[in-house]
Design a protein around this ligand. Sequence first.
Ligand SMILES: C[S@@+](CC[C@H](N)C(=O)[O-])C[C@H]1O[C@@H](n2cnc3c(N)ncnc32)[C@H](O)[C@@H]1O
Length: 253
Amino acid sequence: MENKQPTFLELLLEAHIGLERQGPGSRKTVEKALGFLGDLSRIEKTVDLGCGTGGQTLILAEHLSGSIVGLDMFPAFVDVLNSKAKSRNLDDRVKGIEGNMEDLPFEKNSLDLIWSEGAIDNIGFEKGLRHWREFLKNGGHIAVTSPSWLTKEHPQDAERFWAEAGSGLDTVEKNIGIMQSCGYQFVSAFALPEECWTENYYYPREKAICELVKKYDSCDTVREYAEMNRREVGLYLEYKQHYGYVFYIGRAV
Ligand SMILES: C[S@@+](CC[C@H](N)C(=O)[O-])C[C@H]1O[C@@H](n2cnc3c(N)ncnc32)[C@H](O)[C@@H]1O
């Protein structure tokens, strides 16, 4: 048991740093999205924005032979990616850097592929797509996941949750239109299956949160943090037919 009272941010980092992923996703969906990009051997420069500890970055590295830069705002996540890349002898072409998705440190028109899972909604789907377009070569690809409405019905509880989280949801059709208006040809979109949320993210996260509750036994912040996370899972299980993460794949034109 620890006496120190951690902040929400510290708890978020501690709960997530040991997880394979920091948001919904899977090997299968990474590979499915890659399948829409055509000849992978021509992809020389990739960036993975909001890479977290790099679960998907390292899967990309198995399929792409060029360089991959993972960018995230949390240096602790970036350090995990870099040490995993090193232990797999990938550090000559896979590198994590600290940075801000709203202000990318890359050369304009220099990238073949921009990848981003579970992160663009932090800055806004349209804002992200518009800013990132400048860094892609013409003909380069973007592959991003973003939480989206999957049905016409938008249950109030879910709508409120996502609005409070700072990213109101749009429908898949609306997001495809946004993608086209930001300088991309629409290539494909598909919803992530349920296990991306549950087995690959919520269940391991719940295990980590149980450890935190044990570690910070008497701390109200931890209890609040655990409750907040559990409400989020409950909401997903109740309304999963209405919303989900959707992979959007586009080509810069
Ligand atoms: C839901 S997690 C997804 C992580 C990883 N892509 C995955 O799918 O497992 C979102 C990530 O985006 C990062 N992030 C959020 N806002 C950011 C910003 N403005 N610039 C850089 N990274 C950001 C967070 O630190 C976090 O690692």
